[in-house]
Ligand binder design. Structure first.
Ligand code: GLN
Length: 187
């Protein structure tokens, strides 16, 4: 098992650390090129800045390559900015996205004043809640029939799954809790 983390920008090192602390850690690598992508079995797209990463994915052809791998069934998990990159639509914006999750997201959805907060979030399939770290986090404002809601926070959808594509508004890689990484590696 070889898990790659998109390493163009954002908190990719934190994901690599979480993966390496699993009970049976997978091989991990940073993904910046089409060649890097070809070597991995699963991909994590970390938190960061979606406008910047979108532009770069488009410019270097990595966006097309990720879409092709997803079509072949490669599991992908996007956290925060990563979920924005996976969404079919971003509210009020024309920005590059991978369109791999049939959802509309709203960026920075928890208001101008509260940019960051932590709260327990119950995730379908996990016995105990995770600590959701929300940093200028997006929410899912609409989802297609094939998309399953995995978690809500204050009635807002904050985690979804469509086939083997996963999106979370929050950042499990910023906590010591590796249950979601464990789960992703086993999808
Ligand atoms: N607000 C950022 C964006 O829209 C996402 C923030 C994050 O990934 N923590 O790209």
């Amino acid at each position: 098992m070889h898990v790659g983390v998109l390493a163009i920008q954002g908190d990719f090192e934190k994901h690599i650390r979480s993966l390496q602390s699993l009970d049976s850690p997978p091989q991990t690598s940073e993904v910046r090129t089409v060649e890097d992508l070809a070597a991995i079995d699963r991909l994590i797209i970390p938190g960061g800045e979606s406008t910047t990463v979108g532009l770069l994915l488009k410019r270097y052809g990595l966006g097309d390559a990720i879409q092709a791998r997803a079509k072949d069934g490669m599991p992908i998990w996007g956290t925060c900015m990563g979920m924005i990159m996976l969404a079919k639509q971003v509210e009020g914006r024309e920005q590059f996205s991978l369109s791999l999750l049939d959802i509309t997201v709203k960026r920075n959805a928890f208001g101008a004043q509260v940019h960051s907060f932590e709260a327990p979030v119950e995730v379908k399939g996990l016995d105990e809640p995770v600590l959701g770290v929300f940093i200028r986090a997006p929410i899912v404002t609409s989802l297609g029939d094939e998309v399953e809601t995995l978690a809500t926070y204050q009635d807002k959808v904050v985690a979804v799954k469509q086939g083997s594509i996963l999106g979370t508004s929050f950042h499990p890689e910023l906590t010591a809790d590796t249950r979601l990484h464990e789960w992703f590696v086993r999808i």
